[in-house]
Design a protein around this ligand. Structure first.
Ligand code: SF4
Length: 221
């Protein structure tokens, strides 16, 4: 596996926000979102590890927690290394929760059919117009999400908000919890997002990116 970094921090978004987490960041991404804040994961310095070796590294890093509970696989796009990701997850303690962040452009059918670990959460992005990556979204992915999964709309503009509303109406069978994650921390925009959710009666939770409030542009690792 091509790995960028493994480190401990607080999860920054959606239902695991604030939870002490072991971050496993894999290298490479098939998208180029306009406002991407993880460009350093496209390539550059990295190390290679088999799923078994990565498991040992994660065990070592998580030994700093009294009771490690949550592992987050992120990127880049971790599912570009799907076969190895599946092998890695199968090595993990079934009592841990394992979250996989994915960008909505990689088919997840094989992943869902293969994982036997009982506590896997998929957090999938829907890339809206402001990302310029919307054409890469695979609509079947969103219908395949399970109730324990999360669908996250990263919104940067008013146009994104209107588009989020329209996309939600196009996937009435989606069972995942839905989240709206403003890219900006601008207070006026955050207020606009909240007003939009109520005005349009959307059952969407707002997730403000906690790690950016705490760390700004500084990286935690
Ligand atoms: S999918 Fe994520 S890592 Fe890839 S370009 Fe978009 S924001 Fe960046």
């Amino acid at each position: 596996m091509n790995v960028k970094e493994v480190y401990c921090g607080l999860s920054g978004e959606c239902k695991t926000k604030g939870v002490p987490t072991v971050f496993v960041r894999l290298v490479g991404c098939n998208l180029r979102c306009r406002w991407c804040d993880s460009r350093y994961a496209y390539g550059g310095k990295k190390f290679k590890a088999s799923p078994t070796r990565l498991f040992r590294i994660v065990e070592k890093v998580s030994s700093s927690f009294t009771h490690p509970k949550h592992i987050l696989l992120t990127g880049g796009e971790p599912l570009l290394q799907m076969r190895e990701v599946i092998q890695f997850i199968e090595l993990l303690d079934p009592l841990l929760t394992v979250e996989i962040e994915t960008n909505g452009s990689v088919p997840i059918k094989m992943l869902l059919a293969s994982i036997t670990h009982p506590n896997v959460i998929i957090t999938m992005d829907y890339k809206l117009a402001s990302s310029r990556m919307e054409a890469k979204m695979i609509m079947e992915n969103f219908a395949a999400l399970r109730p324990e999964d999360q669908l996250k709309f990263c919104v940067a503009t008013k146009k994104d908000l209107r588009q989020m509303r329209d996309v939600i109406s196009q996937i009435p069978t989606c069972r995942a919890s839905m989240w709206c994650s403003p890219v900006s921390k601008d207070r006026a925009f955050l207020q606009e997002v909240e007003q939009f959710i109520f005005e349009h009666k959307l059952f969407v939770s707002m997730s403000i990116q906690q790690h950016k409030i705490i760390w700004g542009r500084k990286r935690q690792a």
